[in-house]
Design a protein around this ligand. Structure first.
Ligand code: NAD
Length: 264
C-alpha cells in the first residue's frame, strides 16, 4: 500500500531510540523527510547514521532539544519553522511509590510528557490549519486509562495527553488537519529495558523474573502476553500520519496488545 507520505515533512520528538526511532524509520521508508530529536547531538548523529543504513536514500536531519527546557523548544521551532506531521513521542517513565513522588517530580513529568507536545502544537497547529493539511499524533499509553499503581504520575501525564489531543481535534472541523493519540501497551524499547531493571531492584528479583512476573501480575489482561515490538507501534502511527487516514480524527487508538478490556 502506498501511504502517500512521499515528500511530507515530519518531526518526531525523542527519536534517537525506542518507539520514536522506529516511527522515524517507517516514515523515512515511506519517503517522508524526517527531523529526529534527542537531548545530545552525539546520540542524534548516531541515530541518523543508523537510519541512513536502514533506509536507503533517507532524507533525515536532527535537532537537539531537551523538552524539560522551554528555551530549547523555542530554539527548535526557530530552526524548524514548519512541518506537515508532528509526532509528540518524547516521554519519561519510572516506577516510584506515590508517597515518594515530590512536587518537582510531578512537575518534571508534566513538563516533559505533556507540555512538550503542547509547546510544539502551539506553534505548528495554526500553521497546519492555515495550509489546510497536517497531522498531530500524541504517543500516549494504555497507562492513560489503566493508571499503573507503580507510577501514578506517569499515568496522569498520559491521560492529560488524551485531553489535549481531543481538544485540539475539536478545532480542526472542516479542515484537512487531524489530531489523534496512539496508546501503545508495554513495548520492548530501550527505556522499557531500564524500567524492568528498576522494577527488579524494587521487587528484589532478577530482571528475567521481573519480566516474567510483569504480565502475570501487573498486566494480566494483555491478550498477547508479551511486549510489543517497537515496529508494531510505529506501523499504526505511520498509517495515522498518512493522508489515507483522513477519516480518523480525535481518536485514541490502541496498540496495547488487547490489554484494555473494552470493546470500543
Ligand atoms: P525510550 O526511553 O526508549 O525513548 C524515549 C525517547 O525520548 C529517547 O529518545 C529519549 O532521548 C527521549 N527523551 C526523554 N526525555 C527527553 C527530554 N527531556 N527531551 C527530549 N527527549 C527526551 O522510551 P519509549 O519506550 O520508546 O517511549 C516513547 C514514548 O512511548 C513515550 O512517550 C512513552 O510514554 C510511550 N509509551 C511507551 C511504552 C512502552 O512500553 N515502551 C508504552 C506506552 C507508551
Amino acid at each position: 500500500m502506498d501511504l502517500k507520505l512521499k515528500g511530507k515533512t515530519a518531526f518526531v520528538s525523542g527519536s534517537t531510540q525506542g518507539i520514536g526511532f522506529a516511527i522515524a524509520q517507517q516514515l523515512l521508508a515511506e519517503g517522508a523527510i524526517v527531523t529526529i530529536n534527542g537531548r545530545k547531538q552525539e546520540r542524534i548523529d548516531e541515530a541518523i547514521a543508523r537510519l541512513k543504513e536502514l533506509v536507503h536514500g533517507a532524507t533525515v536531519n536532527g535537532i537537539a532539544a531537551d523538552f524539560s527546557k522551554a528555551a530549547d523548544v523555542d530554539k527548535l521551532i526557530t530552526q524548524l519553522p514548519d512541518v506537515d506531521i508532528l509526532i509528540n513521542n518524547a516521554g519519561i517513565f519510572e516506577p516510584r511509590a506515590f508517597t515518594d513522588i515530590a512536587d518537582e517530580e510531578w512537575l518534571r513529568f508534566f513538563e516533559v510528557n505533556v507540555l512538550s507536545g503542547i509547546r510544539l502544537a502551539r506553534h505548528y497547529f495554526p500553521k497546519m490549519l492555515a495550509k489546510d493539511w497536517g497531522r498531530i499524533i500524541f504517543i500516549s499509553s494504555e497507562s492513560a486509562i489503566m493508571i499503573p499503581e507503580e507510577m501514578i504520575h506517569y499515568g496522569m501525564t498520559k491521560t492529560a495527553q488524551l485531553s489535549v489531543s481531543r481538544g485540539l481535534a475539536e478545532l480542526t472541523k472542516n479542515t484537512g488537519v487531524t489530531v489523534n493519540a496512539v496508546l501503545p501497551g508495554p513495548t520492548r524499547s530501550e527505556g522499557v529495558s531500564t524500567f524492568i531493571q528498576q522494577l527488579a531492584t524494587t521487587q528484589n528479583v532478577t530482571p528475567e523474573q521481573a519480566e516474567a512476573d510483569f504480565f502475570k501480575t501487573a498486566r494480566p489482561s494483555s491478550l498477547i502476553q508479551r511486549f510489543a515490538d517497537v515496529q508494531e507501534i510505529a506501523s499504526l502511527v505511520t498509517y495515522v500520519a498518512s493522508p489515507l487516514s483522513a477519516a480518523t480524527n480525535g481518536a485514541a487508538l490502541r496498540a496495547d496488545g488487547g490489554l484494555v478490556r473494552s470493546i470500543v
